[in-house]
Design a protein around this ligand. Sequence first.
Ligand code: PRP
Ligand code: URA
Length: 207
Amino acid sequence: MYKESTNVVVKHLVNRLRDITTTSNEFRLTIEEIARIIASEALNNYPTATKEIETWQGSLDVEMIDVQKLVLVPILRAGEPMLTGILRTLPYARSGFLAMKRDEQTAQSKLFYENIPNLEDKTVLLLDPMVATGGSLIDGIEYLKSKGAKKIVSLNILGSQEGVAVVQKAFPDVDIFIAQIDPTLDENKYIRPGLGDAGDRAFNTND
Ligand code: PRP
Ligand code: URA
């Protein structure tokens, strides 16, 4: 399934990303903020574990997210601020990394680097702000499955209608939580209206 956020704060923040006057520093911080909200939406029905903690009035059984069962995997570069944001909320989650780059001419993604921890019994939160053709996400999911991932949840910020549909069709078992979906892709496979190149906007390399 995929779920587009209905949260008005998320919409507001996505529109800050669309605004071309938003500086790269604010762009990264905004991605962090949106990622934290989307992660909360995705984890809302995630099973919790009972844990005994010591409170100021003695011991108490409480429900906690079993953070040790989560693995956060950003697709670099643009996924990096999503990781930073979510780690502020869940600092003890494990992280893995996939570094991919879309070819400018063909829009095919290529994996340059990976470092994925043991995924046995884990839920992977796969982090990439942009789903344009869906190619990078599909490659990322395939790679994680080849490493043994059984449960993958994709957290994204902006997608094209067709990109999200392609990923859903390829992997109906992967849940997608996305901030917003735009109608089309342009001739260069950029999301329209979109926000431009997220990696370049985030890391100040768009000149
Ligand atoms: C962007 C984006 C996604 C991908 C989406 O990354 O962050 O990973 O493109 O496009 P797709 O759905 O058509 O595959 P890019 O390859 O430009 O690298 P970057 O993060 O370093 O900018
Ligand atoms: N990558 C981006 O960063 N933006 C797009 O619109 C498409 C791919």
